[in-house]
Design a protein around this ligand. Sequence first.
Ligand SMILES: [Zn+2]
Length: 332
Amino acid sequence: MHVPLVAPFPVYRPRRLRQSPALRELVAETRLEVGRLVLPLFVRPGRKLRKPVASMPGVFQLSPDELVKEAQAAYTAGVPAVLLFGIPDRKDERASGAYARNGIVQQSIRLLKRELPELLVMADVCLCEYMSHGHCGIVVQRRGKTRIANDPTLKLLARAAVSLAESGADIIAPSDMMDGRVRAIRTALDAAAFEELPILSYAAKFASAFYGPFRDAAESAPQFGDRRSYQMAGANAEEALREVALDLQEGADLVMVKPALAYLDIVRRVKETFGYPTVAYSVSAEYSMIKAAAEKGWVDERSLTLESLLAMRRAGADLIITYAARDVAGWL
Ligand SMILES: [Zn+2]
């Protein structure tokens, strides 16, 4: 640990540097910049569709034409990247929509890359939004028990990743938490001549109650059981470091910790241990709790949002994925 060397009072008076906004800004150790924010967006088939997500005020399920408008507004405000989630018309037991050439996200990426070529498009890779049962992998019955089959799922994830790459995605972001998925995806991308395409792995993704409102937004709640057999237990920090190490060895270029606010110790340790580009995903309930309390007049939305996101940067996050990206761009 680095112990700061300080002169005793009254030689050292910390308040000298807090006297004015200009002085405080001059010595700020951490800054929140709009160029480090990523806006998640939800897309579903249709035209001129902006369907509000009840549990996330200000967030909508958008048809591709409206998605372009939303992405354009964010980009114009300085947000460099969006992260796409799809809500397909039909779901099945093989998650076909996740790797369909004309899948909703595939179509949307082509459209975004045509209309806004400079905007970075991150494509979430998972199966839950496309599976009739809502789990992130293939469900099998084994010895009378329902299980999520790891290795057969990898093939579908790799297929989805290649399909999103072919559509023009700039970054592939697997969120499923199957073991070995980064290697499977890296291998498949390389074989399809996408060896230059970066992977942002949801490396330390914890099973969390903070995802509640997202499931409304993405219509991806599991129909039975929960995700605790593949997402991490909140108690485990050492295991999070092993997860990150594994993903980096398998070829991840950026690594994510999700959720953000309740897991800032993990963000800090991941950044300090590996030094890779580290991404914090400030998840749906982190956003909705502030919105709800602000609607009641109990908190100041702007200050609370900015303070929370600054804390993520201070903890070591290089990038922050947040539903508030556009609001923040306006405030900064
Ligand atoms: Zn999933």
